[in-house]
Ligand binder design. Sequence first.
Ligand SMILES: [Zn+2]
Length: 411
Amino acid sequence: MQELEEYEIIKQKKIKLNEKPRPLEFTVLATHNFARASILKLPHGEVKTPVYMPVGTKGAMKGVTYQEMDDMGCKLLLANTYHLAYKPSGDLLEKVGGLHKFVNWKHNILTDSGGFQMVSLSQLSEVNEDGVTFESPYDKTIMHLRPEDSIHTQNQIGADIIMALDDVVRTTTVGPRMQEASERTTRWLDRDIAAHKRKEDQNLFPIVQGGIDPKLREQSLDDLIQREANGYAIGGLAGGEDKVDFWKTVAQCTAKLPNDKPRYLMGVGYPVDVVVCSCLGVDMFDCVFSTRTARFGTAFTDYGFLKLKNSEIANVFQPIQQGCQCQACKSYTQSYLHYLIAKEQVACHLISIHNLNYLIQLMLNLRQSIIDGKLIEFVNQFLKKWYQKEGQIPQWIIEALDYAKIPIQQI
Ligand SMILES: [Zn+2]
C-alpha cells in the first residue's frame, strides 16, 4: 500500500516535470446544463467566468481610468491592436516590455487581431489570400495587414490572450463569399500559429466563423477544434442577424467546442444577451455598447435602460440603481446626473463607470447562482424585472432558455 502511494507521488512529480508550461488553466467549478461557473487562470492572475471584458480602446478606457477598472474588480480587459499599432506602436510597446507595463495594469489583457477594426473603420478595404489592404482612417495611407503582421504586433503588445486574424464579412452574408471567408480564416489560422513567437506566455484563440449557416459553422468548428487551441472565440455574430439565428448559432458552437476550454463570444454585451448566452455555455463577452451608450446618457438598470437626458429625470432624487456600489450611484442622484449631462463630460464618465460596474456585477451574480444551484431563479428574476415595462419576454429568449433547460415564466 505504502509503495503504491509512493509510486503515485513519483508519478505525479514526473508528470509535473514533463509538463510544458501552459499559459492558461480552465477549471469548471459548477454547471447548470450548458452554463458553467469557472476559474480561468492566465499569466496575470485568475478570472472568474462567465466574465464581461470592458473594451479599452487605444490602451485606455474611454472616460474610465485603469485604476477605476481595478476598483470595479475587473481582472481581464480588451485592448484594440489596431489603435495600439498606430500609436504608441508595437515597437515602442515591445521596448517598454509590453502594454501591461506601459499602462501599469497588473491584471490580464486580451488583444483583438485588428481585422474587425480595419474593416469597420476603413472606407476602403480589400481582402485576398495574402491579407487585407485598407485605407488608414488615421492618415489615409494604404496599408496591408497579413496574419503574420497581426500576430507580430500582438506578440509585441504582450497580452495574455491574443486573437487570430480572420477574414471579416457581414454576419448576414450568405453563399460563396461566406464560405470563402470561413475557409480562409482556417488557412490564416495556420499562418497565425506558425508566426506566434510567445506560446509560453500568450494564448492564441482561433475564431469560429461561418455566419448563420449551420453547415459552414460545423466545418469551421471541426477545423478549429483539430488545432487544439487553449480557448476558442465565436465570431461573426451580433451583426444584425435575426435573434433566433443568433442563439441557435451560439448554441451550435458551445455544444461542439471542448468542455475544458474557455469560449469567448465576440462583440456581445447587451445585458439580456450575456445572460442568455451564459446559459448557453459562453464564458467570455466583450462589447463597446456599455460605454458607447453611456456617452449618449443611457444607463443600465435592473428594469432596463434609463435615459438620463429625459426631462422627467430632473425630479428623480434617487441613484441610477438602488444598492449599486459604483462611484456614480454612491455619490449622485439621477437628477444631478441629468443636470450634469448638458454641461459636463464628467456625467458620461460616471454613467460609463456605472454601466461597466453593472455588467461586471451581473456576471458575478449569475456565476454565483450557478454555484448555488439557483440559476433558474436568477434568470427568471432578471427577465421579470428587465421586461417589466414591456410586459412580455420575447419568444426567442424563452426558446433559447428552454433549450438550456431553464424554464421561463412569462410575465
Ligand atoms: Zn451604479
